[in-house]
Design a protein around this ligand. Sequence first.
Ligand code: SAM
Ligand code: SF4
Length: 329
Amino acid sequence: MLDNHKRNINYLRVSVTDRCNLRCVYCMPKEGLSQLGHRDILSYEEILRVVEVAIKTGIAKVRVTGGEPLVRRGIVEFMALLKDMEGLRDISMTTNGILLEKYAKDLYESGIKRINVSLDSLDSEKYRKITRQGELSRVLQGIAKAEHIGFSPIKINVVAIDGFNDDEIVDFAKLTMTKPYQVRFIEYMPIGPASLENGFRSLSNDVIMDRINHVIPIEPLGENGGTDGPARLYKMRGAVGTIGFISAISHQFCQSCNRLRLTADGKLRACLLIDNEVDVRSPLRNGCTDLELEEIIKYVIINKPLHGGIRCHKNQRKNCTRTMSSIGG
Ligand code: SAM
Ligand code: SF4
């Protein structure tokens, strides 16, 4: 369905948990977060009901995220139920990959064939630093297992941070020479409480592109350049994989944003960057009808803001007080 700015809202990101087995410096504050109680988060049945009704409004694509989705018990069975829903043409997951080796086979068998893995450094020391506790080898094993089992595409999300992992840009890009991955450079977004303490500056994707081009030329994918959602796609000459650039800061894509988010505590959020949320948990638990739920979803879609105001740091921090982990990225 179209929002007030004629954007077709057909993509729902579902955060199934606010919990995470990592503490990424750009996502969570140092002390972590006070976690939601069991009753506070939507049950899988409640999420499925929201998705079922959202499909009637035109949602056709669902991405499961978190926190870390693989830490929630029963996630594989939930993915299988999602897969069985009529009307969804695309179901995927974004994970930090720590538990991917353990779950890759079951996930694949549940019918999920696409996966995004977040990985910001190929150096184990740096990986531990950025995640505050992660073990790089586990993620690499998870990705290898996913590839072996047949996941396709496998997208590697790299948040590029000036002065932290910018020296690894070319190494990440070179992965695509031999691996069929889509390596996606995501500009760091200074939002939520983590941004107040980490002092990170985002690195423009134009700079990243220049650095890669300097070593191995990259070309836009397809005659008119390729895109994959907000990612602009390129390829190194002779590569088997592709490189994506998600430039939320330098080339904002608000004008074509097709997303809606459902937080783990049951809030519908129309814009990543704005805390305006509408509660669906209470209506769900107070016995609302499908029609009433549909009206709520339509209200959120219609009133989706045109811009999130990402360039104005002061507004971002005022408008978005949640951490990325609690929104789902
Ligand atoms: N835990 C899972 C993971 O890390 O893939 C899923 C949730 S995480 C919030 C979803 C995505 O948001 C990840 O790719 C992560 O790198 C990205 N992300 C988190 N904080 C960010 C920030 N401040 N700027 C840009 N991307 C961010
Ligand atoms: Fe956890 Fe993902 Fe946030 Fe890292 S980016 S702290 S893995 S939710």
